[in-house]
Design a protein. Structure first.
Length: 95
């Protein structure tokens, strides 16, 4: 995500987190509809404590959006797909 020169969307979650599990399918469907030039990643906070600490993930789920390797948007909690789509559209407008 830090080396990618486009837009990356990364979701931090955990298998023991009920809101994460409840929103997993919605996020996966959203990710499947994204343009091919947008990278999508998922991070299990239990398996990646260094990344979780580095990006100061204190609530789950959390979605981070990177552009040109820089963190540009942090979206904590369960949100509708339209919130993620709008964040990406705003980033694309600013390119």
């Amino acid at each position: 995500m830090e080396q990618y020169k486009g837009i990356s969307v990364v979701r931090f979650s955990a298998p023991w987190c009920p809101p994460c599990q409840a929103s997993e399918e919605m996020f996966s469907q959203f990710a499947d509809r994204l343009d091919g030039d947008i990278q999508v990643g998922k991070v299990n906070v239990d398996q990646a404590p260094v990344l979780t600490t580095k990006y100061e993930i204190w609530g789950l789920p959390s979605v981070l959006i990177f552009h040109e390797g820089q963190l540009v948007k942090r979206i904590p909690g369960v949100k509708p797909a339209s919130v993620y789509a709008q964040a990406i559209a705003d980033i694309k407008k600013g390119q």
